[in-house]
Design a protein around this ligand. Structure first.
Ligand SMILES: Cc1cc2nc3c(=O)[nH]c(=O)nc-3n(C[C@H](O)[C@H](O)[C@H](O)COP(=O)(O)OP(=O)(O)OC[C@H]3O[C@@H](n4cnc5c(N)ncnc54)[C@H](O)[C@@H]3O)c2cc1C
Length: 410
């Protein structure tokens, strides 16, 4: 039976997140956007009331919430301000490779760190010459005794200037393309780590985006995540887990734009009637609403598959692609509904249009989502296959070791 009713706990969490977005985020969002102000006060409060690090398991100090609950929070953060929302949610992206591939000791230390205090972590995959095609990365990790030595540079790193640690992808076998990448946890205060550049962005200006460089940075071998040369798979499995949340944030932007446009269309009078009475405007509003509803359903589907321990690669790319493109379309149409006022910074929808653009770019562009969707469909993978962790868990319960490995998906 398909039942879209939220549990009481999920409903309460959604209300808590909405109230926080309304009272704590919205009231400063447009000012923080103007000056690119870092939202430290909001991060501390969000951490305090339990809106951050929701996926960290209880055994490491987190609440261990399901993925659907995480998406409910992310939609509300996107509705409040997706720039601040991105700052709040980036720990999920950085910590997923640790959850998936870290040793018990690594999980205790680095997941515990985020649960114990309002600290931040960043996910370092992108490089100047390696964006959509991460196999071209140049950052190297060379094994020397019981350490790896990292050298290279990562760009566009969310929360980079404020992170306490980074999950870093580097080549351990430079000749092997994406099969030569490994993932590591690197403390931000390790010798040789530097924060080189804070980007001045079009949108999501309250989020921090920086370049992080590693110069002969020594990392203990215990900080290797998963197996050597299996980092690409870890990155793809991470994105399967985080794309539903990014898509949820895009739904939040769309919902905010829809509400502003809808309210304005009922107030603004032209040709003697509110512009909402002109069918061309009313139909724009109707299309915006359909896109918000459809995006949310895709988000929920991709999150629920994860919660059921099933493979959600296809569903996550459907959700991310559709919700990101919809957010951009809805925000652009909201500016259209406002007419010339929509183009003026004093009115709210101009910021939403700038913010929406990044949803089509980060965590895999809309073109890359289409590549994943096409590949999944043409390869004929089963959308509801169990995930490797689910299989491993079952094998453990049955006293068997996990044998089957997940192939790379993009
Ligand atoms: C604000 C911001 C925050 C970010 N945060 C992080 C972060 O925390 N960590 C991190 O590692 N990265 C982060 N990124 C990087 C982001 O994920 C990349 O920018 C993105 O993956 C695209 O890579 P690129 O910019 O190099 O574009 P490119 O890969 O150079 O792509 C350029 C264009 O070509 C298209 N294209 C490329 N290949 C194909 C193809 N095969 N088929 C069709 N079209 C294609 C793309 O869709 C795009 O339109 C962030 C970026 C920004 C701007």
């Amino acid at each position: 039976m398909v039942d879209l009713t939220l549990t009481d706990e999920q409903q309460d969490l959604r209300e808590l997140a909405h109230s926080f977005a309304e009272k704590d985020i919205r009231k400063v969002a447009w000012d923080y956007d103007k000056d690119g102000t870092w939202p430290q006060d909001i991060i501390e409060k969000a951490w305090e009331i339990g809106l951050m690090n929701t996926h960290i398991a209880e055994e490491y100090g987190g609440p261990g919430l399901d993925f659907l609950s995480g998406c409910l929070i992310e939609e509300e953060m996107g509705w409040g301000c997706s720039g601040i929302g991105t700052s709040l949610m980036a720990n999920g992206l950085a910590s997923a490779p640790i959850t998936l591939g870290g040793s018990e000791e690594t999980k205790k230390k680095y997941l515990g760190m985020l649960a114990e205090a309002p600290k931040l972590a960043s996910f370092c995959l992108t490089e100047p010459d390696a964006g959509s095609d991460v196999s071209g990365m140049k950052t190297r990790a060379v094994k020397q005794g019981d350490k790896y030595v990292l050298t290279g540079s990562k760009c566009f790193i969310t929360n980079g200037s404020y992170a306490d640690y980074f999950t870093v992808y580097a080549k351990t076998d430079p000749e092997a393309g994406h099969r030569g990448i490994s993932a590591f946890v690197v403390d931000a205060d390790s010798p040789g780590v530097s924060v080189d550049k804070k980007e001045d962005k079009m949108g999501q200006r309250a989020s921090n985006t920086a370049t992080i460089s590693f110069s002969d940075t020594e990392v203990p071998e215990g900080n290797l995540l998963g197996e050597e040369n299996h980092g690409f798979k870890l990155a793809m499995m991470t994105l399967d887990r985080t794309r539903p949340g990014v898509a949820a944030m895009a739904v939040g932007i769309g919902k905010a734009a829809l509400e502003f446009a809808s309210d304005y269309s009922k107030e603004r009078v032209q040709f003697g009637v509110p512009i909402a009475m002109h069918q061309a405007v009313a139909f724009m509003i109707a299309d915006m609403a359909t896109k918000v509803e459809a995006g949310r359903l895709l988000v929920w589907q991709s999150a629920v598959l994860l919660d059921q321990g099933k493979r959600n690669t296809l569903a996550a790319s459907h959700a991310k692609r559709f919700s990101a493109d919809s957010a951009m379309e809805i925000a652009t149409d909201a500016v259209q509904v406002y007419g010339g006022y929509g183009f003026i910074k004093e009115y709210p929808v101009e910021k939403l249009m700038r913010d929406a653009k990044i949803m089509q770019l980060y965590e895999g562009t809309s073109q890359i989502q289409r590549l994943v969707i096409a590949k999944e469909l043409l390869m004929g993978r089963q959308a509801d296959e169990e995930t490797p962790e689910h299989k491993a868990l079952k094998a453990k319960e049955n006293g068997k070791a996990e044998t089957e490995k997940e192939p790379a998906t993009a």
